[in-house]
Design a protein around this ligand. Structure first.
Ligand code: SF4
Length: 326
């Protein structure tokens, strides 16, 4: 596939005028204001390039989007799905293949859901979109006991509806806005509470076997999506309208990951790299590696186990402390 998916030399169409907030124009000094604005423009330009490169790379690495695809972007009104739609539309202009982007929102009739925001936003973009209205909120409220988390049933209902809509719209790929930090959190949730080494795949066949689901933000850090959403001033719809709390375990894992990153800068990136470097011969799953049938080969292997030597790792960086290698 052509490298233009990840072409980072393109100029930006939106970044020439950073917002007043970003430029920090509180100062009265015109030169300082100009410098601050330039700095912000530079940083935002870098951010846009990084987002496009990371999404483009995921698309290439996992062959997410192919010629003629009709990609349904599930837009919830949150920062991640807005970001996904935004970046995919940018890439669509420069991609070496033709594909269509169709934004789909499911209005679940949560109390106070501002139903006008997404149609207005999507109409302004001038892209194909579809708003599906289904009152799953009432169903979930009726079925789930007061005080219990509603998310599991709610997402199951949502999934079924979105699969049906995808069929009706002749969609070939369903794109979700999960990012790198979601994927890592899922990995730890599965390990801590499910006893499995299992993450969140960047590409998968849906549970009904009928749809290809992709996560083009797989390489993207959540903090970058937060900055991008602020810069682009997406009309965010709060996700707490249903009154349900985010799963407690997920909250705890999220906090653990943030604490680690604060204490050991770069750890998130290292863990994410690890998800892409699995060594089944050094785990204990007999279904992934034939331990029983293992034979002496007599052939030297530089990557083989040193047996008696402990593995060596570089010292971790600790926030606030200089790294001294002895
Ligand atoms: S937070 Fe609310 S809308 Fe989101 S999955 Fe849970 S119940 Fe559904």
């Amino acid at each position: 596939m052509n490298a233009t998916w990840t072409d980072t030399d393109r100029g930006t169409d939106v970044l020439d005028a950073p917002s007043a907030t970003e430029a920090g124009t509180a100062t009265k000094n015109p030169k300082a204001e100009r410098d601050a604005a330039q700095r912000v423009a530079y940083e935002i330009n870098k951010l846009e390039k990084r987002l496009c490169r990371q999404v483009g790379q995921a698309i290439i690495d996992f062959n997410m989007i192919e010629e003629g695809d009709r990609v349904m972007v599930c837009v919830s009104g949150g920062k991640d799905s807005y970001g996904l739609l935004d970046i995919l539309l940018k890439l669509q202009k420069r991609a070496p293949i033709n594909f269509e982007v169709i934004a789909v929102n499911l209005d679940q009739k949560q109390p106070g859901f501002p139903a006008h925001i997404l149609p207005e936003y999507l109409s302004k973009l001038g892209i194909e979109y579809h708003i599906e209205t289904q009152d799953t909120y009432s169903i979930v409220k009726k079925v789930v006991a007061e005080g219990k988390t509603m998310c599991s049933l709610c997402s199951r209902l949502r999934r079924g509806i979105l699969y049906r809509v995808a069929d009706e719209l002749k969609i070939t790929k369903i794109a979700l806005g999960h990012h790198r930090d979601d994927m890592l959190a899922t990995f730890f949730l599965n390990m801590f509470f499910g006893g499995k080494l299992k993450g969140m795949p960047p590409k998968l066949v849906s549970d009904d076997g009928g749809h290809m689901v992709i996560r083009p933000l797989a390489n993207v850090a959540e903090k970058d999506l937060i900055r991008w959403a602020a810069h682009r001033e997406f009309p965010i719809i709060p996700c707490s309208l249903c009154g349900s709390q985010e799963n407690l375990q997920r909250q705890l894992i999220g906090q653990m990951l943030r604490d680690w990153e604060k204490q050991y800068p770069g750890r998130t990136e290292t863990m994410f790299t690890a998800l892409q470097n699995v060594v089944p011969s050094h785990l204990m799953d007999v279904n992934r590696y034939d331990f029983k049938g293992l034979k002496i080969t007599g052939v030297e292997d530089a990557d083989g186990d040193k047996v008696f030597d402990p593995e060596e790792f570089p010292l971790p960086r600790v926030a606030g402390l200089p790294l001294v290698q002895i």
